[in-house]
Design a binder for this molecule. Structure first.
Ligand code: FES
Ligand code: FES
Length: 165
């Protein structure tokens, strides 16, 4: 990784990573968080910032297919890896099955937790296409929703899984 120095002596590092299938090379500070890199550098504001402490899951993205709290990952740590954000799920303007299921099951109220919730569910259904309700609840245990009470969220994820059968 190439280290760059600007005149103010703030150190920047050149990183290359893939986000939603596209490759990006950008200069970042050592302390730039992945969530801020995605939102501010790449304008991918679908990933939400909540607690910024790893507690709420609203910033969940996939790093090489695994869900991570992007507020706990440095952009530098994502160098050479593949990131998927909520923007990467729809294909040719068609929503992903999980996104459709959230709409159809009214699993959204304010929507702030929804991108993170869907990314955790996406990782679950990729590794376990036919989860039990308990496995769904476990997979989204790190994603806090202050609005819906979880019933419709769990229903939505279960119905997206059923559609895959
Ligand atoms: S903002 Fe990352 S876990 Fe809450
Ligand atoms: S829908 Fe509002 S926090 Fe989940």
């Amino acid at each position: 990784m190439q280290k760059i120095e600007d005149r103010s002596e703030t150190k920047y590092y050149l990183i290359t990573l893939k986000v939603n299938g596209d490759s990006y090379t950008r200069a970042v500070k050592a302390n730039t968080l992945l969530v801020n890199f995605l939102r501010e550098e790449l304008d991918l504001t679908g990933t939400k910032k909540g607690c910024e402490l790893g507690d709420c899951g609203s910033c969940t993205v996939l790093l090489d297919g695994k869900p991570v709290n992007s507020c706990l990952v440095l952009a530098l740590e994502a160098e050479g890896h593949e990131i998927t954000t909520i923007e990467g799920l729809s294909q040719n303007d068609k929503l992903d099955k999980l996104q459709e299921a959230f709409v159809e099951n009214a699993a959204i109220q304010c929507g702030y937790c929804t991108p993170g919730m869907i990314m955790s569910a996406k990782a679950l259904l990729t590794r376990n296409p036919h989860p039990t309700e308990g496995e769904v609840r476990e997979a989204i245990a790190g994603n806090l929703c202050r609005c819906t009470g979880y019933v419709n969220i769990v229903k939505a994820i279960m119905s997206a899984a059923e559609e895959q059968q």
